[in-house]
Design a binder for this molecule. Structure first.
Ligand SMILES: *Cc1c(COP(=O)(O)O)cnc(C)c1O
Ligand code: SF4
Length: 365
């Protein structure tokens, strides 16, 4: 057994243990555990400094999760875009490939709260079906290996999956989405990095939500992956009481860059049942984006997206930088709130009417 597997064995998961460790009512924890999976790695539990802090809010169960009345089980309607259980195919040229049902720690805000930790929802036998689907769909040039957390698989099983995807001639890039460098950094070993390196071009997308998660251990894990030539991106979920503060978010983005990770997305928290206490307003997200752009390195500025309920996909949301736009001039506002004028090109052909619907970029080159 590897070190990380031993560490995972020692994860907090029994309601009695959790209640004792965090001073919670055991009956309450038992009730939550009936609906939502609970698990916290000893490493991540060690990052919690006090009751209700950013790390606590992400992982320690809260009775508010059982409050009904808002949120839905599958807000993104991923099930509608699942031709086989392990595939979510929503966009023209890329798909998610769900290869593991488990995670090292279970985030209280998880969009797939209904699926994670339940082996019947993401089963190993679906992996073969997923590979067959990818093989049969020549338009898929980008496969996002996800879950659960794909790094919960042993090196051997993970390699079998990645090798299978890499063997499909029309797949150009592979992405691995994982929270493991944040919650179980011991899992990232020289051996793992050497294995992943064989399947380039391969990207790894990690998930950090607070600057205090970038510990020396996490930074070491990220460095190993970067040294293997793997471009690293990060996604962050905007969460109340965790990172809904422009200064915390700026620090997080800067620390990611220092660990050689390029911030990719900030997501508005999804409308998932059991997560209302962690959601913020969209205005808060816009305020944070305003506090990033211009005030720090452009590399530290990710896209802010809302994954539209009902299956619309990720929609980027931007602060309003165009004040007005006419045939003559565009009035722009910069990051500091000052106005500037950009003159439009003079010899203009007749204005085309705006298209009623969104443009369609077909797959044909
Ligand atoms: C997020 C996501 C992708 C990847 O989107 P990118 O914008 O290319 O990173 C692909 N498929 C689904 C279903 C997704 O949710
Ligand atoms: S690691 Fe990702 S999939 Fe797993 S519980 Fe957290 S948010 Fe959900």
């Amino acid at each position: 057994m590897d070190d990380w597997q031993r560490s995972l064995r020692g994860a907090l998961r029994k309601p009695e243990e959790i209640a004792r460790k965090f001073g919670l009512d055991v009956e309450e924890v038992r009730r939550i555990a009936k609906t939502f999976k609970i698990q916290i790695t000893p490493y991540y539990a060690g990052l919690i400094k006090e009751r209700g802090d950013a790390m606590w809010r992400q992982m320690v169960p809260d009775p508010a999760e059982l409050r009904t009345g808002s949120g839905v089980a599958d807000p993104l309607e991923e099930d509608h875009d699942s031709p086989v259980p392990s595939i979510v195919h929503r966009y023209p040229d890329r798909c998610l490939f769900l290869v593991s049902h488990s995670c090292a720690s279970y985030c209280r805000f998880c969009t797939r709260k209904r699926k994670v930790g339940d082996p019947s929802k993401i089963h190993p036998r679906y992996i073969e079906d997923g590979l067959a689907y990818i093989r049969a769909h020549g338009e898929i040039r980008d496969v996002i290996v996800s879950g659960g957390d794909p790094l919960m698989l042993s090196d051997r099983r993970l390699e079998a999956v990645i090798k299978g995807v890499r063997a499909v001639p029309h797949v150009e890039i592979i992405r691995v989405g994982t929270r493991v460098p944040c919650v179980l950094p011991q899992r990232v070993t020289e051996k793992l990095a050497a294995m992943l390196k064989k399947y380039h071009p391969l990207y790894v997308n990690v998930h950090f939500n607070h600057p205090d998660e970038l510990t020396p251990e996490a930074t070491r894990a990220l460095g190993l992956l970067a040294d293997a030539g793997i471009p690293l991106g990060n996604q962050t979920v905007l969460l109340k009481g965790v990172n809904d503060d422009p200064l915390v978010m700026r620090r997080l983005m800067q620390r990611l860059l220092a660990a050689r990770v390029r911030p990719y997305y900030i997501y508005q928290a999804d409308y998932v049942s059991g997560t209302e206490h962690l959601r913020t307003t969209v205005e808060k997200g816009l305020e944070i984006m305003e506090a990033l752009r211009g005030w720090t390195s452009g590399l530290a500025v990710p896209y802010y997206c809302i994954d539209a309920p009902g299956g619309g996909g990720k929609i980027p949301v931007l602060p309003k930088y165009i004040q007005s736009i006419t045939d003559e001039r565009v009035v722009l506002r910069n990051y500091a709130g000052e106005l500037f004028v950009y003159p439009q090109v003079k010899a203009k052909p007749k204005r085309k009417p705006r298209p009623a619907a969104a443009p369609c970029y077909s797959l044909e080159a």
